[in-house]
Design a protein around this ligand. Sequence first.
Ligand SMILES: *Cc1c(COP(=O)(O)O)cnc(C)c1O
Length: 350
Amino acid sequence: MSKFWSPFVKALVPYVPGEQPKLAKLVKLNTNENPYGPSPKAIAAMQAELSDNLRLYPDPNADRLKQAVADYYGVQANQVFVGNGSDEVLAHAFHGLFQHGQPLLFPDVTYSFYPVYCGLYGIPFEAIELDEQLQIRVEDYARPNGGIIFPNPNAPTGCLLALEAIERLLQANPETVVLVDEAYIDFGGETAIGLVDQYPNLLVTQTLSKSRSLAGLRVGLAVGHADLIEALERIKNSFNSYPLDRLAIVGAAAAFEDRAYFATTCQAVIDSREAVVAGLQQLGFEVLPSAANFVFARHAQHDAAQLAAQLREQGVIVRHFKQARIAQFLRITIGTPEQNQALLAALQSL
Ligand SMILES: *Cc1c(COP(=O)(O)O)cnc(C)c1O
């Protein structure tokens, strides 16, 4: 605290990112990174860009990347927004689309950045309880709102909401924006991007940090009606005209174009997830149905915080949230088969 701070800074409650340990030997299953590297074509594209060109500013509109995303999803380039990680894209959406005085609605158990952005932009919110099975029930969102946001699959539960339910929500809520945060959609769900031409209030965000294994590059995107995208562009161009550097633009575009590598690595993660679920169940864990690259699991006889601490002593890090309703769960990222084996062996020994 300092007298030099603007008054509102004193009241901010910032997001706490998962630990990025400096020790190399740990089995790191705590922040949902992809265990497989990025597409070799993405690496090659970035290496080719690593030249004298870096003295020049990048394309402020990142047209090369927007076109790659538009081609991938069969939409127009003016329906695509790109930013420095989907966290930045989300921030611009909160700033530009959710400030209407009415409360923003999101689940009580969800991505913990949402209440942080509400604090940053002065947006009131209501946390809507998940049902007994920790699932989203769209009927509960039929109330006055300044917008609705949820991840699909939800985080940290991994539970998927069917497209049919999302469509019911959009039909019941035509007056405000419904933002579907699809950070994990490629690991077992169907994207809602196919609905954007039908619903002008639907915005879908995605990230290259998980399924495309580029968390270190910081690239995220949004797809929606051109009018929603224009609001994000206006914010972006009032804040930072060059959120994506030259390496990020070419690397992310090449990652989108390499469909074969993407399909193979996503499938490998999905196959491993099934093996991890089976292994955890064998050890007596209850595991929520996951469509993501992580699982959310609890054990009736073992305290989750203690398990996380004991796993850490054995060199395996997972994520534990000290939060009502989920304090007995561990969120475990799916790793390589070797990492998953190390996790299960460590749990077995405990
Ligand atoms: C990881 C994640 C993001 C943010 O991803 P970026 O790395 O900022 O692109 C957004 N939403 C959810 C639910 C996430 O889990």
